[in-house]
Design a binder for this molecule. Structure first.
Ligand code: PMP
Length: 375
């Protein structure tokens, strides 16, 4: 009897197993329904063999150009929009986003805004790389081009965006002062870097535009590993390095007096400032390096030739400061920096010999497999 029961049970189990297998095989696998917003972040960390060999350190870069909007600003815009929706500042009824931006943020805001039913109005200087206007116009952002002036001037594009948003009752996303910016780098960029390096990071290097990236990453990484050095990569014309290295930051009339203007006398875009933003104030920085335009140009072309990476100017500035950090702190260190966006948006300026000539900058193509000098 017991034998029969065992036989029935075994047969029943066999039938159940076969039926389950057949059911699973005919059942359609669910495809993940990811939208644009879901593709932001979780970027790769690339090992830069050429720079590592040159310095005796391990140098890595976070590939932020792989975000769907093409830059690190995707992360900031995602957080700003999500927080604004939560706070009721953006909704089906309130769908205008105003921002003052030199390009990347405008592109990320517009792309993400379009995917979520919001309309952007972007205030920006009229001397940016042509590609940025074309992209924004094609993506149906409303553009307001203004004469470049100091960030402390009442006619600065950020101030105009803020004032107009108030008049129109629109949401001013305020990337410079909005701490959603710092928060997203603390919660995503920094955590990804720490996980990807298994906590073995010694030095983090980044430029500062709004300050969101360097603030968020420095605060998180130092909370995990206080001995990590955080280095600011500062382009010529910016005064942030004076604040970091000597505690001086010119603001207001002082900035005018010192002629620390925007646009600075630099051909790089996206980083450097002559005032401290609320986001920058959250940063914990150990040291700042000046990177000249000439150094950035050399590095950009070096990375094209040796790593196959075609990058924007702020990424080149970051890479220069990574090499300078390696030289200061010595061999064997693990250094992580940020590659903010791709070179595609800079063909008419940073990568254009005529433009460089008009700005009194020189770049002579070289064979970087034979030489590379960085002061
Ligand atoms: N690179 C580029 C091209 C940028 O547009 C920006 C932002 N202005 C940055 C770097 C710097 O990022 P953050 O604003 O987080 O300091």
């Amino acid at each position: 009897k017991l034998k029969d029961v065992a036989l029935i049970a075994t047969s029943a189990f066999t039938v159940y197993t076969i039926a389950k297998k057949i059911y699973q095989s005919i059942q359609k696998k669910q495809i993940e329904k990811k939208k644009l917003i879901d593709l932001i972040g979780n970027t790769h960390l690339i090992y830069l063999e050429s720079l590592s060999k040159l310095t005796g350190c391990e140098i890595y870069a976070k590939c932020e150009f792989m975000n769907p909007g093409g830059s690190i600003k995707d992360r900031t815009c995602k957080q700003i929009i999500l927080d604004a929706i939560k706070d009721g500042e953006l909704s089906k009824e309130k769908k205008f986003i105003y921002e003052g931006t030199s390009g990347s943020t405008g592109i990320s805001l517009t792309q993400l805004g379009n995917s979520m039913g919001f309309q952007t109005k972007i205030f920006l200087p009229d001397d940016l790389a042509q590609e940025k206007y074309l992209i924004l116009e094609t993506m149906k952002a409303i553009l307001v081009k203004v004469k470049p002036c100091s960030i402390v001037d009442s006619q600065h594009y950020c101030k105009l965006a803020e004032n107009q948003a108030e008049v129109d009752g629109a949401f001013f996303s305020d990337q410079f002062e909005n701490l959603s910016n710092f928060k997203v780098h603390y919660n995503s960029t920094a955590k990804e870097i720490y996980t990807q390096t298994h906590g073995q990071i010694d030095i983090f290097v980044s430029g500062s535009g709004t300050g969101g990236t360097i603030a968020g990453v420095s605060r998180y990484i130092k909370s995990k590993k206080p001995q990590v050095k955080v280095i600011l990569a500062d382009p010529q014309g910016s005064s942030l390095r004076n604040k970091v290295n000597y505690g001086i930051c010119y603001t207001g009339e002082e900035a005018e007096g010192h002629r620390l203007k925007h646009p600075f006398d630099t051909i790089t875009e996206g980083i450097g400032l002559n005032r401290q933003t609320d986001n920058f104030n959250e940063a914990q920085i150990d040291k700042a390096f000046l990177v000249t335009d000439e150094e950035a140009l050399e590095m950009a072309h070096f990375l094209i030739q040796n790593e196959g990476l075609f990058l924007g100017s702020s990424s080149a500035v970051n890479a220069c400061a990574a090499v300078k950090s390696a030289r200061l702190y010595g061999k064997g260190k693990t250094i992580v920096t940020i590659f903010c966006d791709s070179g595609m948006r800079y063909l008419s300026k940073f990568y254009n010999p005529q433009y460089l000539e008009s700005k009194g900058r020189q770049y002579t193509p070289k064979d970087y497999s034979k030489e590379f000098n960085l002061d």
